[in-house]
Design a protein around this ligand. Structure first.
Ligand code: FAD
Length: 325
């Protein structure tokens, strides 16, 4: 079965987010033999990114490039997306399960009266060739497989789960400029204040070193930052650490924070409450460092180190430094 699939690509800080490439990979599977993977890029000065979408497998690219799209704005971006939908009329649409995707996808589903499956981590087909989408439920304790009964459909994919296609250097695709429809906006953005500027996005980080109440202070995060730097990763936190004002809530991982699926998650001084596990238990490899051998985090850890994090973390940093030299 061949389908036309649209990928809503996302740019941040002038570069495409990794999840956009992963969405193209998912779209290629969904499009089937002879199908078409279209991608849309929206923003200001973003048409120059179209080439990267082609290299990673998009067959055609639509660009809505306008100064009104400099910052993400739900109404403006939705109007731009609808203009592209008119041109492409896809059977299915993929978004990243990111702040943008979680905002735009339901707007589109509601406008189209379409079904939506969110936070998908893998895809396959049933005996009749219908697409099946797998997503975690009950805070990752179970998986459900769902399929759509009608088109168009909408899917958001969790970053770091569906592999992108291999880059094909020199691959090109036609780029169509779509005019920004300049809709009347009920709200305008006056200023954007970034308190995590320059820091790696937790949801896409391959390595996360996370601290809990056991770090005891903001200063206590320093050794974790050093370990994350050596591993090229990001620093996360439990709500315990955020509530104690050791770090910003932007770092919180869990049920009411970010859901992450890195290749390596190092939990330092985190007890392993169910609400924390909800945000990190799908990580590929989990290392827990805790001085309490009975801490529940050890039940989900692949490797457990019973000890004082202030002794263990600097030792790990030193070892990784030497190993990675
Ligand atoms: P604690 O439970 O206090 O654990 C600290 C751990 O550090 C202990 O295990 C201790 O043995 C260890 N420790 C102390 N000193 C050291 C040391 N020097 N070296 C090594 N280990 C040490 N929590 C989240 O994380 N994310 C969420 O999204 C979230 N959402 C929630 C939503 C709701 C509705 C509710 C009710 C709670 C939520 N929580 C969430 C809170 C959650 O229940 C826990 O309270 C919280 O995760 C505990 O944080 P913690 O593990 O850092 O602290």
């Amino acid at each position: 079965m061949s389908r036309t699939i649209l990928v809503v690509a996302e740019a941040k800080g002038g570069v495409l987010r990794q999840v956009s490439y992963e969405a193209i990979g998912a779209a290629r599977t969904a499009a089937g033999d002879g199908g078409t993977v279209a991608a849309v890029i929206m923003g200001s000065d973003v048409t120059r990114l179209a080439g990267d979408l082609a290299v990673y497998g998009a067959d055609c690219i639509y660009s809505v490039d306008h100064s009104a799209l400099t910052h993400y704005h739900p109404e403006a971006y939705f109007a731009a997306l609808q203009a592209v939908m008119q041109e492409v009329r896809p059977d299915g649409v993929f978004f990243g399960h990111t702040a943008w995707g979680k905002d735009l996808a339901p707007q589109l589903a509601a406008a189209l009266g379409a079904g939506q499956i969110s936070d998908v981590i893998s895809m396959d087909t049933d005996d009749s060739g219908e697409l099946l989408f797998t997503r975690p439920i009950y805070a990752g304790k179970a998986m459900e497989k769902k399929k759509f009964m009608s088109t168009p459909w909408i899917v958001t994919i969790r970053p770091n789960n569906i592999p992108p296609l291999a880059a094909e250097a020199g691959r090109t695709a036609p780029v169509t400029a779509v005019a920004y429809p300049e809709p009347p906006l009920a709200a305008v953005i006056r200023e954007v204040v970034q308190n995590t500027a320059g820091k790696m996005d937790l949801s896409e980080a391959k390595v996360i070193v996370s601290g809990g109440r056991g770090v005891r202070s903001a200063e206590g995060f320093k050794p974790l930052e050093e370990l994350a730097d050596v591993l090229g990763g990001a620093v996360g936190a439990s709500r315990g650490a955020c509530d104690a004002a050791y770090c910003d809530y932007a770092l919180q991982i869990g049920q009411t924070g970010k859901v992450v699926t890195p290749e390596l998650y190092i939990a330092c001084g985190i007890s392993g409450a169910i609400q924390h596990l909800a945000g990190m238990s799908q990580s590929r490899v989990i290392i827990a460092i805790n001085k309490d051998p009975e801490a529940p985090i050890f039940q989900v850890a692949d490797y457990g180190i019973v000890g004082d994090l202030f002794e263990v973390v600097p030792l790990l940093t030193e070892q990784f430094k030497q190993a990675l030299q």
